[in-house]
Structures are given as C-alpha cells and as structure tokens.
Design a protein around this ligand. Structure first.
Ligand SMILES: [Zn+2]
Length: 246
C-alpha cells in the first residue's frame, strides 16, 4: 500500500491495518534508487504475505537490499531471518539487539514473556538471524539515494532504534515503538522498559523536524508528525505519563 512517494506499507497486523499476519507490526518498504529497505520484518509467521504485498505494489522483492530492525521484540524482528533468506537482504540492528537476534534469544527479546502472557503462540520461536551490521546513535545507513540516520531511542525497551530520513525532502521518522500518534507511548511490564529513558527519548524526538511519523503500530501521520512527538514530550515535561498506546 503506497503511503507517500517512495514509501509503502507492506506489513501490518491487528494493531494496524490487517494487511498481513495479525501479530505483525507495521512493515515499511522505502524505495531507494535501485535498492529498497524494509523497516522491521513482522513476527515471521507469514512472511510470504509481506512479500505478496511488495509484489502487489509492483515492486520486486529481489531489490530489497537492507532490513532495518527497530528493536528485538518478536513482532518487529521475528521475520528478519526468513525475509533476508528470501530476498538476499542484509539485516541491520542496534549493537544491543544484535546478540539477541543472532541467537534468537527468547528471554532477552521479551518473546518468552510475551508467550507467557498469551501474546505469542506457545510454540513460537524467534529464528536466529545473522546481523550484517551493528549500528549506534548517529550512524548513517544508505540505501540507494536514501540516507537514514540512526537514533538510539530506549524507553519502550533498551535496544530500541528509530530511523530518520528525508524522503523527497519530507522529514520522516520511522519511530518503531517509541512515540505513537497523539503522543501515546508503549509502556509494558518487561524488565528493560524504562520511564526515565522514555522521557529522554520523547524530548529528543520532539526536538526533531518531523513531518511523516511512521510508527510501528496504530495510526500513521503522513504530515504534522511533530505535534504527536511534542504531545508526549509535553506530558513528560509536566511529570505526567503520556497515555499508553495499547
Ligand atoms: Zn515492541
């Protein structure tokens, strides 16, 4: 589904648009010149449905050269190994997420807790995935003519990244599970969720120029993204906790 020039939504589950497997996060395809990037990979239980979306949009999955992972939670990272295998893409993740993804660590990724909470099926396994490149804050990732800047954005979990790019001049933030539409956040009862870190992340994101706010779930803002980031920052600034997304 084409969202804006050079950006397509090719995966989205029950907390989104129901395009693909219900447990998939939003999966974006960014069409750089001659090469495409995927942002996140869904849960991995039905990756063919994601590739079908790519083809239905008139795009060739073999052009996907890079898969950027926002964080190690299974609904975002679970499909990476299989999608990389099917497309030949390299997977890029944060320095903190890389060991978790390489080993398919069910505990560190939170997938075991998710399973115990009934979110993931009892037989779910995070597929180990080779990580071609580990990135840190400020690193640049080039995919065709698109340049993404890596932003470390802990809070929702420790290993979280957001990716910032100007796409045809439009400042765009692929925020993962950092700050959502209407200034919502996603606090969960997991060991590496941190309110103080979330607050710093929200302040930092609100300082960016953002038009398109392309989050990991729920409503997407194709313009005016900054106001949603500012709403979360304002709540934290007033010592309140922004409303929870789920
Ligand atoms: Zn998450």
């Amino acid at each position: 589904m084409r969202l804006m020039p050079w950006v397509y939504l090719v995966g989205s589950g029950r907390y989104g648009f129901g395009l693909t497997h219900p447990l998939d996060c939003h999966v974006y395809l960014v069409q750089g010149q001659g090469q495409y990037a995927l942002i996140d990979s869904g849960v991995g239980l039905e990756v063919d449905a994601i590739l079908r979306q790519v083809r239905d949009d008139g795009l060739d999955p073999a052009q996907i050269s890079t898969i950027l992972i926002t964080h190690s939670h299974a609904d975002h990272a679970g499909g990476a190994a299989r999608l990389a295998q099917l497309t030949g893409a390299q997977v890029i993740a944060s320095r903190q997420a890389a060991p978790t993804l390489r080993t398919g660590d069910m505990v560190a990724s939170g997938a075991r807790l998710g399973q115990q909470a009934g979110i993931y099926p009892g037989d779910y396994q995070l597929t180990p995935c080779s990580i071609a490149r580990e990135v840190s804050d400020g690193d640049l990732i080039n995919v065709g003519d698109i340049e993404f800047t890596v932003l470390e954005t802990p809070g929702h979990c420790r290993d979280h990244l957001a990716f910032y790019a100007r796409i045809e001049g439009k400042p765009s933030l692929f925020g993962g599970d950092s700050v959502f539409h209407s200034g919502r956040i996603l606090i969960q009862n997991i060991p590496d969720c941190s309110l103080p870190e979330y607050s710093r992340t929200a302040q930092r994101l609100a300082a960016l120029e953002v038009d398109a706010l392309l989050t990991g779930h729920l409503t997407i803002a194709l313009s005016g993204g900054h106001e949603h980031l500012q709403a979360a920052a304002d709540a934290f600034q007033a010592l309140r906790i922004p409303p929870n997304a789920l």
